[in-house]
Design a protein around this ligand. Structure first.
Ligand code: PLP
Length: 407
């Protein structure tokens, strides 16, 4: 087995060879600028872009004209939220989002707050889910946008998107969903789910990095946006810049595979994930599942190993590539904002590890991971005075910590 083994599919995915094959001709033979209208080089590039647009639209139940290419989800999120905020400012300046969104959403909202907008950040349930009731209670007459993710990148929790979408449509409020982690793992249908804007990204679905798109509804209602990048008026004026043709072809192919292989991929990942969790829970005590067991991506397992520090754990399982619930985005050891918003205490947040299972994960790899995780947790707990006390039956809540101790 080739080491280290990849269990970080939420961070990015390896490219599917079928995607690479589709892209290759567009780097060399078919290199035209899709905006060149005067010759065959341009026409061929444009044909490839339009084919990809149709593949992407088919994956999410949209019309190809509703797809706007971007450099990935971060850019699509900026375009969706700032674009709506600026376009509908006269209608209202209130936005509803949640505390567990990706930083691309949170930082964009913070930017708008500095510019006179008001943002309500919903607190999730303990499982990380945003309830319909919470959204309902937050809506105001001046609310112009609800921005809630389809699936959380850390804990895999799925929001009740369809119900929230229906509510937003009933109230005449636009609904944007960050579906970066959802596409290809759970069914996504912008019509049935009442979504007005949605983003996805190539590198999370076995496609290339640096390419993604924003779905922008064209009817019932027609969503209008203020462009965030001005230039030649590409993408119906919503996002200027020469199109990344090979990347777009790759995104199209990745979306086609996400649609055709969805059930197979989801079954494969969830079987391995469930097998992994059953082995871990059988071998170790004091393991806590972060997230919503019933409403969760098939690919995700976020576990806290009590009495083990996440970063030590990552060092202890060097042959397994995973992420921890602390540190991820910065040099400081801040616990994850997602786990914190869910009310997970700092100790459990610091001991959390995110495992991701994907198209190319094998049972052999999972067996290897189980063996190494169990061994590492046992080894690290042997060094933990707290764990020793628990084993001796000491009730930690009665201990007087003054005069030292671990933090
Ligand atoms: N939204 C979510 C939920 C994500 O997981 C990510 C990826 O980290 C992003 C947005 C940003 O995507 P991109 O890397 O395409 O900018």
């Amino acid at each position: 087995m080739k080491l280290p083994i990849y269990f970080d599919y939420q961070a990015t995915t390896p490219m599917d060879p079928r995607v690479l094959d589709a892209m290759l001709p567009y780097f060399t033979e078919v290199f035209g600028n899709a905006a060149s209208r005067s010759h065959a080089f341009g026409w061929k590039a444009e044909e490839a872009v339009e084919n990809a647009r149709a593949q992407i639209a088919a994956a999410i139940g949209a019309n190809p004209k509703e797809i706007v290419f971007t450099s990935g989800s971060t850019e699509a999120i900026n375009l969706a939220i700032k674009g709506v905020a600026e376009m509908y400012a006269e209608k209202g300046k209130h936005i509803v989002t949640s505390l567990v969104e990706h930083k691309a959403v949170l930082d964009t909202c913070k930017h708008l707050e500095k510019n006179g907008y008001e943002v309500t950040y919903l607190t999730p349930e303990k499982t990380g889910r945003i309830t319909l009731e919470a959204v309902k209670a937050a809506l105001r007459d001046d609310t112009i946008l609800v921005a809630l993710m389809w699936a959380n990148n850390e804990i895999g929790t799925l929001n009740p998107v369809r119900e929230i979408g229906a509510l937003c449509h009933e109230k005449g409020v636009l609904f944007f969903s960050d579906a970066t982690q959802a596409v290809g793992k759970v069914p996504v249908d912008v019509e049935a789910d009442h979504v007005d804007l949605l983003c996805l990204s190539g590198h999370k679905i076995y496609g290339p990095k640096g390419v993604g798109c924003l779905y922008v509804r064209r009817k019932n209602p027609r969503v209008r946006l203020v462009a965030q990048i001005d230039g030649g008026g590409h993408e119906r004026g919503m996002r200027s810049g020469t199109l990344n043709v090979p990347g777009i072809v790759g995104l199209g192919k990745a979306c086609e595979l996400a649609r055709t292989d969805l059930e197979k991929d989801a079954k494969h990942a969830s079987e391995l994930r469930d097998y992994f969790e059953s082995k871990i829970f059988a071998a170790l005590d004091h393991v806590h599942l972060n997230g919503d067991k019933d409403h969760r991506l098939p690919t995700n397992s976020n576990l806290s190993f009590k009495y083990v520090e996440g970063e030590s754990m990552i060092m202890g399982i060097k042959d397994i590539a995973v992420s921890s619930g602390s540190a991820c985005t910065s040099a400081s050891l801040e616990p994850s904002h997602v786990l914190r918003a869910m009310g997970v205490g700092d100790e459990l947040a610091h001991s959390s590890i995110r495992f991701g299972f994907g198209r190319f994960t094998t049972k052999e790899q999972v067996d290897f991971a189980v063996e190494h995780v169990v061994a590492a947790v046992k080894r690290l707990r042997e060094l933990s005075p707290l764990y020793e006390m628990v084993q001796e039956g000491i009730d930690l809540s009665t201990v007087n910590w003054q005069g030292g101790g671990t933090h």
